[in-house]
Design a protein around this ligand. Structure first.
Ligand code: MYA
Ligand code: JJ1
Length: 388
């Protein structure tokens, strides 16, 4: 069934019921000297490149490959359109390795035809913090699909991760592979229902008119929580404490330090937005919410070419009810012209999705670990990790 994945150190379907298998690494590290020193072989017309994401030119090539060939929904109506600024942010966190930004070019035309990336991350699984690679942006040009290029890309990124003495990885995908540690549901909150309906992202409900629908999704112009403001650089220590304490309750979550929080959560225009609640009495930071910006191209619509989507990232409530905090988040997203606010049913998100008028999407997201076994699949609410 899975000719490639059957050969890899990942949970296998045949082992799903087997409780005798221990939790943790599936195979031990090998001595670094035994890691293959040369890249894997590509078909003769192609060559490996390391992509320098500092270079505007390389970044544009990657952007163009993904814009035209990356993830689509099941009816091919929308395609993720990560911005260049987003890609640079996602691929250059603290301690990143340039060698993990891997491209494949056609030797003759020099055209970029495939891509895969890793970035380092400390991920806690129960009580153990594991240094991992987060693998993302696997893409093969539409004209080169089904030629078994993806397994070569995955083996090459694995080799380069091993060369840094790292032996585990985390990744997500819309497809089922051996075997998910958890499966999440996408939920969507309409902010601009007329446009969403016009482009086929959503449908007019039964017994609903356009004007009733617009009224249903209306939001106030301003936020209601006193002390709600954008996160600033001086907030990094307080946000780190708040977030670390919150994430400690989930089975799988990132182990963020202050450098990570500065990189991943300090607002960056059109990439990541973070807001917090500062107590009017004590100046304490009591609550936090964030989202990242990931537009989708709208394929084949006369009137619109992009959908502006916000994706819920990390949210923490200690004083402000989560429902109110997220409603304020929707208000700022609406004010900033987002068409839709998306969220997964991870962490405590289930507690606000229905009440805040999110509806389930037709997409699921499966979470995976490489070379790390989990005894039973986790509930999505046990995940404290969001990948892009
Ligand atoms: S998820 C986003 C993936 N990208 C897209 O969906 C974009 C649009 N699609 C494409 O570009 C292609 O269809 C891709 C497959 C490139 C996805 N993850 O070359 P093939 C297996 C893992 O003939 P193609 C993301 O970026 C498939 O089951 N494996 O197929 C996270 C089959 O294997 P098997 C996948 O369609 C990526 C084999 O590939 C995926 O031309 C995490 C077929 O290869 C997928 N999304 O190309 C990667 N899709 O026969 C794993 C298909 O066994 C990282 N396949 O079923 C693992 C950790 C590595 C680091 C470890 C460090 C220690
Ligand atoms: O965005 C998604 N689905 C939308 C559009 C569906 C268009 C037809 N297929 C959707 N819309 C309904 C919204 C509606 C709003 C009012 C309330 C009720 C709901 O369902 C889906 C997620 O649901 N997205 C995708 O399918 C994109 C791919 C998802 C897999 C991502 C893999 C990521 C790889 C990361 O490394």
């Amino acid at each position: 069934r899975h000719k490639f994945w059957e050969t890899q150190p990942v949970g296998q379907f045949k082992d799903l019921g087997d409780t005798s298998l221990p939790e943790g690494p599936i195979e031990p590290p090998t001595p670094l000297a035994e890691v293959k020193q040369e890249p894997y072989n590509l078909p003769n017309l192609y060559e490996w490149i390391t992509c320098d994401m500092d270079s505007e030119e390389i970044c544009s090539e990657v952007y163009n490959l993904l814009t035209n060939n990356y993830v689509e929904d099941d009816e091919n109506m929308f395609r993720f359109n990560y911005s260049k600024e987003f890609l640079q942010w996602a691929l250059r966190p603290p301690g990143y390795f340039r060698s993990w930004h891997i491209g494949v070019r056609a030797k003759s035309s020099k055209k970029l035809v495939a891509f895969i990336t890793g970035v380092p991350a400390k991920i806690r699984v129960r009580d153990t913090v594991v240094i991992m690679a987060e693998i993302n942006f696997l893409c093969v040009h539409k004209k080169l699909r089904s030629k078994r290029l993806a397994p070569v890309m995955i083996k090459e990124v694995t080799r380069r991760v091993h060369l840094e003495n790292i032996w585990q990885a985390a990744y997500t995908a819309g497809v089922v592979l051996p075997t998910p540690i958890s499966t999440c549901q996408y939920w969507h909150r309409s902010l601009n229902p007329k446009k969403l309906i016009d482009v086929g992202f959503s449908r007019l409900g039964a017994r609903m008119t356009m004007s009733r629908t617009i009224k249903l999704y209306k939001l106030p112009d301003s936020t209601v929580t006193p002390g709600f403001r954008k996160m600033e650089l001086h907030d990094v220590p307080a946000v780190t404490r708040l977030l670390r304490n919150y994430l400690s309750r989930f089975v799988v979550a990132p182990d963020f330090d202050e450098n990570d929080v500065e990189h991943w959560l300090l607002p960056k225009e059109n990439v990541v937005d973070s807001y917090l609640v500062e107590s009017q009495e004590t100046q304490e930071i009591t609550d936090f919410c964030s989202f990242y910006t990931l537009p989708s191209s709208i394929l084949g619509n006369q009137n619109y070419s992009t959908l502006k989507a916000a994706y819920s990232y990390y949210n923490v409530s200690t004083k402000t009810p989560l429902l109110q905090l997220m409603n304020d988040t929707l208000i700022v997203a609406k004010r900033n012209d987002y068409d839709v606010f998306n969220a997964l049913d991870v962490m405590q998100n289930e507690s606000f999705l229905k009440e805040l008028k999110f509806g389930p999407g037709d997409g699921k997201l499966h979470y995976y670990l490489y070379n790390y076994r989990i005894k039973h699949a986790l509930r999505s609410s046990e995940l404290g990790l969001v990948l892009f």
